[in-house]
Design a protein around this ligand. Structure first.
Ligand SMILES: Nc1nc2c(ncn2[C@@H]2O[C@H](COP(=O)(O)OP(=O)(O)OP(=O)(O)O)[C@@H](O)[C@H]2O)c(=O)[nH]1
Ligand SMILES: [Zn+2]
Length: 349
């Protein structure tokens, strides 16, 4: 017998494993005063166990939005432990003091939204991709407002050319359910998605369209399964059509690099730079600079090159801050932290 978890309800909030032998819930919000967790039926307040509050604990070791956690039987319950994460989206906290923060855990797809209107900005997409790479989640680039531009297909093709082949790019009209149907592959039961993108990119619009379809889908469920009726939703964790769920966290709005990102997105550029005549080439006006030669030959996009230089500089600055901070705390840099904390051996349920 399972103790206190409703497996069907848990599946609606992104649970993928077998029936847990413990009381499991998903973190949907974090406040100064504590956490809010969803057990598949309702949102309830929960307190973190005392060890999560210790000052010296790495923030990554604390419960984060999207985490599946084990609760005790108290009312309100205490979060006893965090179940192993399948992905971890991390950023540096806004503000002067350097701190790494987990924005969301156990995310399968990060939908990166950019409007095809005046706002269209491939550089911003590359910044998001840098942050998502290594998180364990899969980025999907969505170019919204395809209905408002003549050259949607051309822009879409140019972006596909610029980004790695493994990164899907779709042009959509976020207001049109038929257009959004193309996303069904990322919204399967058990999948968890988050939306990122600057203001006006269409995040709320897309959420509403995806929710609209859910209302229809939920109606169908109600006719056949009366137990589905009592499922409570929450602003921060929305069940979508097809059974996926969407986590809406304000943390996804401002994304500052942590210094741990890889630059694999620009692997071709890094390789090119190794072919310069001088090992310390600044790639400006040095003779024999392979980068400048590639730009002149039209083989490397100058704007993409500038964005690489900018993001690399920012990443290096953050990496130096991170290292200084870890040294100050007497901790060594944890290798492999970016790969979703898999090998950490936390207890299974
Ligand atoms: N025609 C068209 N309009 C769109 C599309 N996506 C968004 N819009 C419109 O663009 C405006 C901004 O969209 P929002 O969904 O509010 O953007 P947001 O990303 O949620 O913005 P913030 O809440 O500020 O972060 C709204 O007027 C939408 O109706 C689209 O694909 N096609
Ligand atoms: Zn060079």
């Amino acid at each position: 017998m399972s103790s206190g978890s409703d497996i069907e309800a848990l599946r609606r909030i992104g649970w993928r494993d077998a029936d847990p032998a413990a009381r499991v819930a998903r973190v949907v919000a974090q406040h100064r005063a504590g956490y809010e967790v969803h057990d598949g039926h309702a949102v309830i307040p929960a307190q973190p166990d005392g060890r999560f509050l210790k000052r010296r604990i790495d923030p990554a070791e604390r419960p984060a939005v999207g985490d599946f956690v084990v609760l005790d039987d108290a009312e309100p319950p205490t979060i006893e432990r965090i179940l192993p994460r399948r992905s971890t989206l991390t950023r540096a906290a806004a503000g002067e003091r350097y701190a790494r923060q987990i924005i969301a855990a156990n995310i399968d797809y990060v939908l990166v939204l950019t409007g095809l209107d005046g706002d269209f900005n491939p550089r911003r997409i590359e910044r998001y991709l840098l942050l998502i790479e290594g998180s364990g989640a899969q980025p999907v680039v969505l170019l919204t407002k395809a209905d408002r531009t003549e050259d949607a297909e051309a822009k879409c093709a140019a972006l596909r050319e610029r980004l790695p082949e493994s990164t899907p790019v779709h042009a959509i009209n976020a207001r049109d359910p038929a257009s959004v149907e193309h996303l069904a592959g990322y919204l399967k039961p058990g999948d968890t998605v988050v939306l990122v993108g600057s203001s006006g990119a269409g995040k709320s619009t897309l959420t509403n369209t995806l929710m609209g379809e859910t209302r229809m889908a939920t109606g169908a469920v109600r006719a056949s399964d009366s137990r589905g009726r009592h499922t409570t939703t929450h602003r921060a964790l929305l069940p979508l059509a097809g059974g996926a769920c969407l986590i809406d966290t304000p943390g996804m709005r401002e994304l500052k690099l942590t210094g741990e990102e890889s630059l694999d997105l620009f692997a071709d550029i890094e390789e090119l730079a190794l072919r310069c005549r001088f090992a310390d080439c600044a790639h400006e006006s040095e003779p024999g600079c392979a980068v400048q030669a590639a730009i002149a030959a039209g083989e490397l996009d100058a704007e993409r090159w500038r964005n690489y230089v900018k993001l690399k500089g920012e990443r290096e600055e953050q990496a130096a801050t991170l290292e200084a901070r870890l040294k100050q705390q007497g901790r060594a840099k944890t290798p492999g932290r970016r790969s979703g904390q898999r090998g950490r051996g936390r207890d299974e349920v």
